[in-house]
Design a binder for this molecule. Structure first.
Ligand SMILES: [Mg+2]
Length: 366
């Protein structure tokens, strides 16, 4: 089997704008890319490119110029060899591009085997709980109200993205804990907001509130201060979502005792291939690896396959507040009862809603 063509189609992706604690804006109209890798045997693979923050138009030209020539004519079953060559291009294209191609290849391989991708990887489980991940809210009362909505639906875990102001962030965490009671698992994702001293103060406070993990209190390259923080706090610390080097940067975080969990996703880490390796690396140290949301619907599906195929990922992340991750599939992942289940159809196993997308077609690059 040979790869005969690679193309990216761009479509309008309209979402409600939303922001995070550093006032980064997501949403409005961006471009969603659908990447297609075609083969000489009629089987093709797809992935989505771009997020509601950075549209596919920022990535697609590099994919066509730098990546397409590397994979044309290759056997799409040589995923490991192809991924190694793609990774060497990370100085020229983003990991989002590398990830998009890798996901297409896994989709092809699932279709060849007539199995869901998690079956090829080695299925470990059939379902995991979802945690609701908040957007920015103006007041602590709004954070508490949102958490209660999911608690009342029977969801078991909830993650807060606070303001990035240490004193008020503690207030938010208290308000949410008071609202939901002791049973719900709560996590705090401070999104790289603090200096070491404030990270300590917030960490101590959420330890007292029995939070489940403390995510990204410090900037993503600050191993020195993460190590200090890790020595002093009892609450599990989770970093490495955007750690430099991605999979190849993980060793130092482990050997320096700078984090309790590893983290990544198919877009930021650069595909299913390195994300599985990253989770397996964590497993070798009896560490958990919690997978970050993928920024678009088909990336989330790819994340879902990995979640089901590794033993050490407890949850699936979902942003119900924004809807930003749910666009372009005939049926998206079902989160209704607070759990997600393993895909059952070949490849990625979720059908692209071409009728919907074509209404907003803007360009084809090949
Ligand atoms: Mg995060």
């Amino acid at each position: 089997m040979k790869i005969t063509n690679v193309k990216v189609e761009l479509f309008d992706w309209k979402t409600e704008p939303w922001k995070t604690n550093d006032h980064t804006q997501f949403g409005n109209t961006v471009q969603l890319g659908v990447v297609t890798v075609e083969t000489d045997e009629g089987i093709s693979g797809n992935s989505f490119l771009g997020s509601s923050r950075v549209g596919a138009d920022h990535h697609a030209p590099g994919l066509i110029e730098f990546i397409k020539p590397i994979i044309l004519g290759r056997n799409p079953q040589d995923i490991g060899a192809i991924w190694s060559d793609l990774w060497k291009m990370n100085r020229s294209v983003s990991t989002y591009v590398i990830g998009a191609i890798d996901i297409c290849l896994w989709d092809i391989n699932g279709k060849i085997a007539n199995q869901p991708i998690h079956r090829l990887l080695g299925t470990c489980k059939e379902s995991v709980p979802v945690y609701s991940s908040t957007a920015f809210h103006e007041t602590k009362e709004q954070y508490a109200e949102e958490a209660l909505i999911f608690k009342n639906k029977g969801w078991t875990a909830h993650k807060i993205h606070p303001h990035g102001n240490p004193a008020y962030d503690i207030e938010i965490c208290k308000a949410v804990r008071d609202a939901v009671g002791d049973d719900m698992k709560l996590m705090l994702d401070s999104m790289w907001s603090y200096q070491y001293e404030d990270a300590m103060r917030v960490g101590r406070a959420i330890e007292d509130l029995s939070f489940y993990w403390y995510e990204d209190p410090l900037v993503e390259e600050d191993i020195y201060n993460y190590k200090k923080l890790h020595q002093k706090l009892d609450i599990p610390i989770m970093s490495t979502e955007y750690a430099p080097g991605r999979f190849y940067g993980m060793a130092e975080w482990i050997t320096e005792y700078a984090t309790d969990f590893l983290r990544g996703d198919v877009a930021v880490t650069g595909g299913i291939t390195p994300m599985v390796r990253l989770a397996n690396l964590a497993e070798g140290f009896n560490m958990k690896c919690e997978i970050h949301h993928g920024g678009n619907s088909l990336n989330n599906v790819a994340n879902l396959h990995i979640t089901m195929a590794v033993p050490n990922c407890e949850f699936f992340e979902f942003f119900p507040c924004t809807g930003a991750n749910m666009f372009g599939l005939v049926e998206d992942i079902n989160f209704d009862n607070g759990y997600v289940t393993a895909p059952t159809k070949p490849g990625l196993g979720y059908e692209i809603d071409w009728d919907l997308l074509r209404k907003g077609h803007t360009a084809t690059l090949e």
